[in-house]
Design a binder for this molecule. Structure first.
Ligand code: GLY
Length: 493
């Protein structure tokens, strides 16, 4: 089979690695915006070619499909899907595509669409929300209601712009109102700037608290096959502080659950995703063929709760699960595009995995400072430490140097019987990724550590106690507020 991969990050390097391990692969091709060194090498090793161009643009991808005469396209990131790459590949080029079509990728692109869908079909794990098309209406709402909320861009905006504000109506309410208004303005003017493909601009959701995790699935629109749950760590700095990033590292396993998450909770999460896939089909008439991931939180309100959907693998979450997949990835892709995924079985190595992302200083807020530095990745030494490296935001030059593009430049994967052991192994390999001009890099040494894991276990135990009590009392999904002078307000699920 001749396969074309769309995309250029570390997630795509992990997908490329899974494709190239397949017995079905004949030649491997890639279309990317810059020359990811890891993907570039795999293409060369498997007799293919790279097209450098706008991998988000359907016309560019269609040109690559025709030029290389491929049999299958696999799309890594979300933006090409939002712009209709899968539609063009299938309809105009007549080539099957592992990647959601425009209509169903809406579940990630529009957070308001996703929430409306969940309410319309009464899918568990839904949150109360309000979507606003202009700033004035959002400000009026904030002035009127004092609530604990998450304020977000209504569109997927590269994971940026989410602010969670606790407002318990007890103190500092007017100051918190100012913070909410300021952030709504930021969302409107900064994070949503340039997105013209969606009418909703600002989303205000009820605030929930609990440990987060991601459940990534393959689907042919009917069968949903879940991968082991993964926990990404979004904050830039140790102990969950600092600005939100695309993800600084992630943990998984061994098996489907996590040390703070039960198999039953993973199963419930996959059932929610299954219901959403079915609802998307009812709504659009289009079968979802690709990857869908629930970015979930274990909350007192519902137990497993949807925070967002991804129409793709997470990054770095893909790096936890794809390298330990024992099932042939292209066989899975074939079954997926033929709508025969029910015949597939996912098998994984029985290990824990930890991924540590390494980023140039300046990331995520000053990518201009983080970009333009020459990097060294000592692969032999990393392998000698028992780890694997996946290349991220690095552009391979003709003379062999690799230049940072401003985001996470590499992701180190370690495997071991337990997460803390894998974390310690990964730590040994991290110093082998650095910048040769003296500019600094950073990573989070606490990801997968016993201390952080213990914190997650304690947090999950508290949440679990509450949601199981609510389950027994028939209160799952129901929110009760008490407002002085107005009394009790019950929000039915
Ligand atoms: N790890 C977060 C994301 O993939 O968006």
């Amino acid at each position: 089979m001749k396969v074309l991969l769309v995309g250029e990050g570390a997630r795509e390097h992990a997908i490329a690695d899974a494709i190239c391990r397949s017995g079905l692969l004949e030649r491997f091709y890639a279309v990317m915006r810059y020359r990811n060194p890891g993907i570039f090498r795999l293409v060369k090793q498997h007799g293919g070619e790279v097209m450098l161009g706008n991998s988000r643009d359907p016309e560019t991808v269609a040109e690559a499909v025709r030029r290389f005469g491929v049999d299958l396209v696999v799309v890594g990131p979300e933006e090409p899907l939002f712009r209709g790459v899968a539609n063009v590949v299938e309809e105009r080029c007549g080539v099957p595509c592992v990647g959601a079509r425009r209509e169903v990728a809406e579940v990630e692109m529009s957070k308001a669409y996703m929430r409306r869908l969940m309410w319309k079909y009464k899918i568990p794990g839904r949150l109360r929300f309000k979507a606003f098309r202009n700033l004035e209406d959002a400000i009026r709402y904030i002035e009127e209601y004092a609530e604990s909320v998450a304020i977000k861009p209504a569109r997927q905006a590269g994971g940026k712009g989410v602010k969670v504000i606790a407002d318990l109506q007890a103190y500092l309410t007017s100051e918190k109102r100012q913070v909410k208004m300021h952030h709504a303005k930021q969302v409107y003017e900064k994070y949503m700037a340039g997105y013209t493909d969606i009418e909703d601009r600002i989303l205000i959701e009820e605030r929930v608290e609990g440990p987060e995790y991601t459940v990534q699935c393959l689907t042919d629109g009917q069968t949903v096959l879940a991968f082991p749950a993964v926990q990404d760590n979004k904050n830039a700095f140790e102990m969950d502080i600092g600005p939100e990033t695309g993800g600084m590292g992630s943990i998984a396993g061994p098996g489907y659950a996590l040390p703070f998450l039960t198999e039953e909770e993973v199963k419930k999460s996959a059932e929610i995703i299954q219901q959403v896939v079915e609802a998307l089909h009812k709504e659009t008439g289009v079968r979802y063929k690709g990857v869908i991931a629930g970015q979930m939180m274990l909350t007192p309100l519902w137990g497993p709760t949807i925070i967002e959907f991804y129409a793709r693998f997470g990054d770095p979450e893909a790096v936890n699960v794809l390298p330990i997949l024992k099932t042939d990835f292209l066989e899975l892709c074939e079954l997926l595009v033929d709508e025969r995924l029910a015949k597939a079985k996912l098998e994984f190595e029985e290990v824990a995995t930890v991924v540590k992302c390494i980023a140039p200083k300046g990331y995520p807020e000053r990518r201009d400072l983080a970009a333009g530095h020459p990097a060294a990745v000592e692969e032999e030494k990393i392998r000698a430490k028992g780890c694997q490296v996946f290349y991220g935001s690095l552009d391979l030059q003709d003379d062999g140097t690799m230049i940072t593009k401003g985001s996470r430049l590499a992701e180190i994967l370690a495997k071991a019987p337990t997460i803390p052991e894998a974390s310690e192994i990964a730590e040994q390999a991290v110093p082998h990724v650095y910048l040769t001009d003296g500019w600094g890099v950073f990573h989070r040494s606490d990801i997968g550590s016993r201390a952080l894991l213990q914190r997650r276990i304690e947090q999950a135990a508290l949440v679990r106690g509450v949601y199981q009590y609510r389950l027994q009392k028939g209160l799952i999904g129901i929110t009760i507020d008490w407002i002085p002078g107005r009394g009790k307000i019950v929000y039915e699920a």
